[in-house]
Design a protein around this ligand. Structure first.
Ligand code: RP5
Length: 161
């Protein structure tokens, strides 16, 4: 990719989400997709979420990822502020092991979509962002195909017994 400016914005509700959410940045980095990370909470700093999301298109961001745990409204609020695609990552919580995060995120009201991945599924969120971008950037389609081929080869190489 010739893009040096971030195409993907990864937002998380707390610094405590970073360990999970860096999985999205790592897979995007490995595919050569520039990305940026930001901590902004839907509940504790709603004005930061508003500012980040509404200024994202003018900064060149094309896909957004939002990760949060517990009452995980962050990606839903992000999706309410933009027409960019928003991917949600339910982060595992202490009290309910992420089931609360998943259900808060996946049951969006009709008209405001969030593409929710599995609990702690930050890597898949990054891959989904890459697939969305591959519609516009053909070189990405090639890299994603190669990625899938390596994965398949690794499965085929497994010898049991
Ligand atoms: C959510 O509450 C965050 O996304 C995080 O997953 C969870 C706990 O946050 P901290 O209390 O660790 O800041 O808003």
């Amino acid at each position: 990719m010739t893009h040096k400016k971030p195409l993907v914005g990864i937002v998380m509700g707390s610094a405590s989400d970073l360990e999970v959410m860096r999985g999205a940045a790592e897979i995007l980095d490995s595919l050569g997709i520039a990305n940026e990370m930001k901590v902004a909470s839907a509940h504790r700093t709603p004005e930061l979420v508003h500012e980040y999301v509404t200024t994202a298109p003018q900064r060149g961001i094309e896909v957004l990822i939002g990760g949060a745990g517990g009452a995980a409204h962050l990606p839903g609020v992000m999706a309410s502020l933009t027409t960019l695609p928003v991917i949600g990552v339910p982060v595992q919580s202490k009290a309910l092991q992420g089931l609360d995060s998943l259900l808060s995120m996946v049951q969006m009201p009709s008209g405001i979509p969030v593409a929710t991945v599995g609990i702690d599924g930050a890597k898949n969120a990054g891959l989904l962002a890459a697939r969305i971008l591959a519609i516009k950037y053909p070189e990405l389609e090639k890299r994603l195909r190669e990625y899938a081929e390596v994965m398949a080869d690794n499965i085929r190489a497994i010898q049991l017994g």
